[in-house]
Design a protein around this ligand. Structure first.
Ligand code: ADP
Ligand code: ZN
Ligand code: MG
Length: 496
């Protein structure tokens, strides 16, 4: 091939992900050590002979972790086998006290699933090859530098044995942007299932495999020939911890690999490290192969029969289905439905509110007003979930016209969030109850007394004068007067 021909090769991007999800169980996967906030505890205090790999210690499988994995499998429309088994993956690394990781190999808990994503209006189905259970290693702290420059390294085994589900996708992504959409979708689903806490550091960790192939090897459905997949040299990028990070790291790799190919150089098949702060990937080691790990069956954990777990373990309605139902059942537009299903807690809150009010009113109050104010304060719906009664009371007061919408939004709701009072107390304290007719007459008389020029203009037939006076009345009532009533009383007084 001439240099010219090399340059003109059209290339297509191929990406497959391996996603590690930390499961929110109370205890570790093979022992009774607590996983709660283990990263904040005294280092190595959440450990026992099992997770430290001491001689003679025996693992006991955590039922909660298996249940969480089954839920994930159902949400990914995956097959759950009759029987699932555990293997030892052998390698030496200081964060791994047993010198092997307990994981699954040829009989994973889930296989053959999929997730549908949508990027710029195009829907694509991403195949899930498998999802398996395994234990997290401990964590290393490099002191005085990074992995290659540190003076020394500390090891904390509090994390060792935290249950993980590793989700492996087919090489179905055709752009970095698709991986970002996939990870966002996956995280949303995991949150709905209640098996995962996205706010926890390192709760979602991604390894991304990427290669460039001849564009001709891709057919119009985006399918790639097995040959092209196998013959492409790919890199595996480790240490990605966010959706955005995945997109950035892969965009960097696309450019790096394309440059290499266009200069006629081969892409090394290797493991690379995403350096978030520098925004580049760096070579770590040549890619290890399966045979390097000497997988063999873990004799201390008997095969687990899981054939009936799929029927036994329910999962909640998932975000896509709930979004569609919100549009159909409540007549919401796509944008509101999407906002209101962003988390299960928001969706539950909305449905509780919508029981008592017109869906449009409920949607405006939850999606626009409440979420907006929460967002501004860096608060979550979960911070106010136990104040549903106060929130519905506020909408009830607005609906009954006992407080104006403007005051409810700008004063009462904000004060509810800032000082924790209930709406009735705030309305009383601030004097925001709708002004009665006598009060309005008082405000009107005062406005007329104080603005003789405007009164004269009104009698001269100037259009703006009445509006100005209505404005004065509204101001005096601090927005508590009904503008229609103010207008009517003003005319009566001016004309009478
Ligand atoms: P390995 O045994 O090397 O880990 P796997 O077959 O288990 O390889 O695949 C690991 C990941 O690499 C999967 O997510 C898969 O989709 C992805 N992958 C496979 N072939 C390619 C390729 N040519 N380009 C990019 N990713 C790929
Ligand atoms: Zn333990
Ligand atoms: Mg693999």
């Amino acid at each position: 091939m001439t240099a010219q021909a090399v340059e003109q090769r059209e290339l297509a991007v191929v990406i497959g992900l391996e996603v590690h999800v930390q499961l929110e169980t109370a205890t570790k996967i093979f022992c009774g050590c607590s996983t709660r906030a283990a990263e904040d505890e005294e280092p190595n205090s959440r450990t026992c002979p099992v997770c430290l790999g001491l001689p003679g210690a025996l693992p006991v499988l955590n039922e909660g972790a298996v249940e969480a994995a089954v839920k994930i499998g159902k949400a990914l429309s995956a097959d759950i086998p009759e029987q699932t088994t555990f293997h030892r993956k052998n390698y030496y690394y200081p964060d791994l006290p047993k010198n092997f990781q307990l994981t699954q190999y040829d009989a994973p808990i889930c296989a053959n699933g999929s997730i549908e994503i949508s990027v710029e209006g195009t829907r694509r189905k991403i195949g899930i090859t498998r999802a398996h259970l395994e234990e997290d290693p401990g964590s290393l702290q490099h002191k005085g530098g990074s992995i290659d420059t540190a003076d020394y390294t500390l090891i904390n085994y509090n994390r060792a044995g935290t249950p993980l589900v590793e989700i492996v996708t087919e090489p179905d992504f055709r752009s970095p942007a698709e991986t970002r959409a996939f990870l966002a979708k996956l995280e949303e689903v995991l949150e709905y299932l209640g098996v995962f806490d996205p706010t926890r550091d390192g709760s979602l960790r991604v390894d991304a495999n990427i290669s460039l192939v001849d564009a001709e090897a891709v057919d119009e459905d985006g399918e790639i020939s097995e040959d092209a997949l196998r013959s492409a040299n790919r890199t595996e990028v480790k240490n990605i911890s966010s959706h955005k990070g995945a997109e950035k790291a892969l965009a960097y790799e696309v450019t790096r690999q394309r440059n290499a190919i266009q200069r006629g150089r081969a892409v090394e098949q290797e493991t690379r490290h995403w350096d978030e702060s520098r925004g580049i990937t760096v070579s770590m080691r040549s890619k290890e192969e399966e045979k390097d790990y000497r997988y063999f069956r873990e004799a201390d954990i008997p095969p687990l029969e899981v054939s009936d777990w799929k029927e036994r373990i329910p999962i909640p309605e998932l975000p896509d289905a709930r979004r569609d139902r919100f549009e159909a059942e409540y007549g919401l537009d796509a944008e509101s439905a999407s906002k209101l299903t962003s988390t299960k807690e928001v969706a539950d809150f909305f449905e509780d509110v919508a029981e008592s009010f017109d869906p449009d009113l409920a949607a405006t109050w939850v999606a626009d007003n409440l979420l907006g104010e929460l967002n501004y304060r860096d608060m979550e719906i979960t911070d106010v979930a136990d104040r549903l009664d106060e929130f519905t009371r506020l909408i009830e007061l607005v609906d009954a016209e006992e407080v104006t919408t403007k005051n409810a939004e700008e004063i009462v709701l904000r004060s509810m969030l800032d000082d924790g009072n209930d709406p009735d107390t705030i309305i009383d304290r601030e004097g925001l109850g709708k002004a009665n007719d006598d009060e309005i007459v008082g405000f009107v008389e005062a406005a007329i007394d104080e603005n003789p020029d405007a009164v004269e203009d009104y009698h001269d037939g100037e259009d703006g004068a009445l509006n100005f006076l209505v404005g004065q009345v509204m101001q005096k009532s601090r927005g508590s007067a009904d503008p229609g009533t103010a207008n009517q009383v003003l005319r009566e007084q001016l004309d009478g």
